[in-house]
Design a protein around this ligand. Structure first.
Ligand code: GDP
Ligand code: MG
Length: 170
């Protein structure tokens, strides 16, 4: 089996961290500062019966200030391009925090035929489990997602379960 997986999400949700975690090496720069990844970063994970090509998109950005317009437009285009020939999308959101930028990403994904798996990241920061459960139920209403998987990209929690969900679509 072989397939392309796009990792999408607003800046700072943990796309690069997840990519590095899955591939087991630092191939994508992670940072507290948004927009650290300017170009698409690709990584290939080869296993016994599967080859998975992950694409860490530069993010889908909202136009902010005029001086950022060109770079934002470029990055938006790159991100949209990445969504074309893929088998599966991993849409990363932050635990409990939904912003306008998440809406923008979701809107972009509405044109995507491929199955979308939501990874609810940074659950190591969840202090209240029932809040998380409520949030997961909330997410289910936004789109018919292929799966919703709570993870911690930083600690690796549940990342294998996420990969198993991805593998179903390759
Ligand atoms: P990107 O902009 O989506 O690529 O986000 P990054 O991967 O660069 O991560 C942004 C920030 O969130 C960094 O400071 C990461 O260390 C942090 N981060 C990423 N994943 C997790 C996680 O699972 N838990 C916590 N607590 N922090 C995380
Ligand atoms: Mg990044």
């Amino acid at each position: 089996r072989c397939g392309f997986v796009a990792i999408v999400g607003r800046p700072n949700v943990g796309k690069s961290t997840l990519m590095n975690r899955i591939l087991g090496q630092k191939i994508s720069i992670t940072s507290r500062r948004p927009q650290t990844t300017r170009h698409q970063v690709m990584g290939v994970k080869t296993e016994a019966d599967t080859q998975t090509i992950y694409v860490d998109t530069p993010g889908i950005h909202i136009m902010q200030k005029d001086r950022n317009r060109a770079i934002n437009a470029f990055m938006n285009q790159a991100a949209t391009q990445a969504l074309r020939d893929i088998d599966c999308v991993v849409f990363i959101v932050d635990r409990t925090k939904w912003t306008n930028e998440d809406d923008v990403v979701l809107e972009k994904l509405s044109h995507v035929q491929a199955p979308v798996i939501v990874a609810v990241n940074k659950v190591d920061w969840i202090e209240d489990r029932s809040k998380l459960m409520g949030w997961l139920a909330e997410l289910e209403k936004r789109r018919n997602f292929a799966a919703i998987v709570p993870i911690s990209a930083r600690h690796g929690t549940n990342v294998e379960a996420l990969e198993a969900e991805v593998a179903k679509h390759l």
